[in-house]
Ligand binder design. Structure first.
Ligand code: AMP
Ligand code: GLY
Length: 434
């Protein structure tokens, strides 16, 4: 059968690659894709992004299932539109995607269903927001209600930073409509974990745990980014913490939505803070897989992803079995010069071709592409976005996966690339202590 994946980042390359490994899949179209999906056997790029055009294509080409990668098309109602056209698609409908597209919806929902999260208040009026800050003191976290491409959260360590964030969002409107309403929440100290599940609206299958690295520089310093690397599994998520997360967070979300008349079908990503007393609290929900978490997760997934998605669409995820490679996987992002503020484009990437040929018959690594495209000469691969590649490798533990990923990364070069050198540090530290 033929499938369609919507998106063009590392997440979509990893999802499409994994789907193409299913024995029942002839071809996976990726819209719009990148140089990695253009060159991967079994995948084909499609230069379409408008929903009506994608629907027309899916009908004409008899696409069996469409899988949505990013939040923007989900927020635009791509799932509702495909379903209205009688097409099978995996992702939450627009109403369910509100868990990500409105922080205020998510916080109020969690409060209604007693799901552990930071204490908060929401504001549209700047003077009330300023007064709240004066009353509570720093640190505090200021969040724009709407989607803001990773720029909507300010962790204010001082009261001045908090006031500045209010002014930027509510007065100067630097995030546009996304910042018309804001949430101010309690600062939670702890360790972050990404907990991603597949849901059919009733049953849930958790994917392997993972951890992202949001800051640009080693030691978790520098500006926030979309994510500079990730690994899976996270060794400090013990079986009891895992059970706590399922019981206190994941199950109440899916059941709570159901009670409110919303069936959540799709990937659901809970960004969690694990506090010092091993309590998990929700920082955010995403209505999709994480990027770069998807890359190491897909490298470890042994089960046919198509079968899992079919179960989710048919409401039979309780019958699904999921198997993981026992090894750890770790992905290092190579980002363009100037990222995240002003990423450069058009730099030639060297050293890739040999590795991409080698990975065809080796299972222990894969170079997933994000901001890459084929150069004007029709042969070279050039940078075309902020995060360019995610070099992902397996290893017996996090340290060994890290060593392989960095050894491979050293073979790849482009002008001014930026990468962290400590991806996996918390997991490695934990495994060393044990
Ligand atoms: P979000 O987009 O909501 O995940 O927030 C982006 C980042 O801000 C998170 O990955 C955390 O590092 C940080 N963050 C968000 N909310 C809090 C909080 N309540 N306490 C501490 N850090 C937070
Ligand atoms: N890696 C964080 C995200 O996908 O939102």
């Amino acid at each position: 059968m033929k499938l369609l994946v919507i998106g063009g980042g590392g997440r979509e390359h990893a999802l499409a690659w994994k789907l193409s490994r299913s024995p029942r899949v002839q071809k996976v179209y990726v819209a719009p894709g990148n140089a990695g999906t253009a060159l991967e056997s079994g995948l084909e790029n499609l230069a379409l992004t408008a929903i009506p055009e994608l629907i027309e294509f899916a009908q004409k080409e008899h696409i069996a299932i469409t899988v949505v990668g990013p939040e923007i098309p989900l927020a635009a109602g791509i799932v509702d539109a495909f379903q209205d056209a009688g097409l099978k698609i995996f992702g939450p409908i627009r109403k369910a995607a509100q868990l990500e597209t409105s922080k205020i919806f998510a916080k109020n929902f969690m409060q209604r269903h007693r799901i552990p999260t930071a204490a908060y208040a929401s504001f549209t009026d700047p003077s009330q927001a300023h007064a709240y800050i004066d009353q509570h003191g720093a640190p505090l976290v200021i969040k724009a209600d709407g989607l803001a491409a990773g720029k909507g959260v300010v962790v204010a360590q001082t009261i001045e930073q908090a006031h500045d964030a209010i002014n930027a969002m509510l007065v100067e409107k630097n995030l546009g409509g996304a910042g018309n309403e804001i949430v101010i929440e309690e600062y939670l100290p702890g360790i972050e974990v990404s907990f991603i599940v597949m849901s059919d609206g009733e049953h849930v299958v958790p994917l392997a745990t993972s951890q992202d690295h949001k800051r640009l520089q080693d030691g978790d310093l520098g500006p926030n980014t979309g994510g500079m690397g990730a690994y899976s599994p996270v060794p400090f998520v013990s079986p009891s913490l895992h059970a706590q997360i399922m019981r206190n967070i994941i199950d109440p979300v899916i059941q709570g939505l159901k009670e409110e008349g919303i069936r959540y079908t799709g990937f659901l990503y809970a960004g969690l803070m694990i506090t010092a007393d091993d309590q998990a609290k929700v920082l955010e929900f995403n209505c999709r897989m994480g990027d770069p978490e998807t890359e190491p997760i897909m490298l470890r997934l042994k089960t046919d992803l198509l079968t899992l998605i079919e179960h989710a669409i048919n409401g039979t995820l309780d019958k699904a079995e999921i198997e993981w490679d026992h090894r750890a996987a770790l992905g290092v992002v190579m980002a363009a010069q100037g990222y995240p503020e002003n990423p450069g484009k058009g730099d030639v990437i060297n050293g890739l071709t040999e590795l991409m040929a080698e990975q065809e018959h080796r299972d222990e690594f894969h170079i997933f592409h994000a901001g890459s495209s084929i150069g004007e000469d029709g042969k070279s691969i050039v940078t075309s976005g902020g995060r360019v590649l995610c070099v992902t490798a397996l290893g017996e533990n996090v340290k060994m996966a890290q060593q392989t990923a960095y050894r491979l990364m050293d073979k790849i070069h482009f002008e001014g690339y930026q990468a962290r050198h400590d991806i996996g540090h918390q997991g490695i530290h934990y495994q060393r202590k044990k």
